[in-house]
Design a protein around this ligand. Sequence first.
Ligand code: COA
Length: 379
Amino acid sequence: MTTTEEIKKGLAGVVVDYTAVSKVNPETNSLLYRGYPVQDLAASKSFEEVALLLWTGELPTQSELTEFTAFERANRALDPRVKAAIDLLPTDCHPMDVGRTAVSVIGANHPEAENSSPEAELLKAKELFAAFPAVVAYDQRRRRGLDVVAPREDLDYSSNFLWMTFGEEAAPEVVDAFRVSMVLYAEHSFNASTFTARVITSTLSDLHSAVTGAIGALKGPLHGGANEAVMHTFTEIGINKDESREDAAKRAKAWMEEALAAKKKVMGFGHRVYKHGDSRVPTMKAALDRMIEHYGRHEMLGLYDGLEAAMDEAKSIKPNLDYPAGPTYHLMGFDTEMFTPIFIAARITGWTSHIFEQRAANALIRPLSAYNGSEQRAL
Ligand code: COA
């Protein structure tokens, strides 16, 4: 292999394996989790049900759901060993570093860390699903000088997540928008972080190592970090609660025109697979609209519309899921840097489903490279 024509930079267009977890269809802008359209799941299913669907391939029966709900509620508290490790990290480090460290500590303390049987892996995935929200919630609170809020067993996953973060019960509309975001962020085939998890699993490493590596991949702004970057764009343009929607849109449009003239890449737009629009955006945008109404923040819609319209006019590039998700989390009260750790909490479901699948039909992932360094030479 010596010619560059044979090289698929970024593995673009390369099909590396089968998956039965989700199907992304860029032609029809559709996304199926185990065969079900994601917008239908987001309309009517809890995140707990979607997690079970991704892991097992089927929606749970009522008794399976009841059992899992009880398990999840019983495994939510922040492990003191994890809290102690978080407390060693500076409050100005990136929260993704905290998430990555927390998963590593959870793995190191797990009595079945090296047991990769399907039963042990499913149990570890369920435990991580239940445990991770407390990591995000505590990290958000300690950055504000606040202490841990204990979980509440009477609340579902989404409302408890918000409870542990803010120490007050969120309004039902807010809980629902949060749930929708979790369902939409749960899974997306062979994206960079999922592929990372599969590469690590392919070496027969353990589940927590695979998830830890996946978090590293998710942190980057070309992947999960884009939801934070969207909010930085909004902040750079300037958020002014008293501004009219129209004025905000005008300023956003001007900002985008300038950014594109300077050949900047604007985060929250474009996608490696979807070229005519991200299947998840309409559902997340509807959730954002509900939050804008709930909080009475129409100037945010102005910023959103202004950027989108200017990008569409100039380059016909459509928003991806991170574009409506960023402002949604902002309105809920999360600091911008916490957005991607929330994405971890959601994607733990997809990653672990892919870890099971990789392990069940494993082949070491080890591609080739074309050498373009100097020819052999004498010392
Ligand atoms: N802003 C400005 N231009 C963009 C763009 C964006 N967000 N996304 C793509 N483009 C342009 C590229 O500059 C390129 O233009 P060119 O052909 O004139 O060089 C063209 O569109 C193709 O983009 P490319 O980066 O090659 O596509 P890709 O499939 O490799 O990249 C992303 C996909 C997601 C990495 C890319 O769209 C991006 O960087 N988006 C911003 C980050 C983001 O939101 N990531 C979250 C993804 S869910």
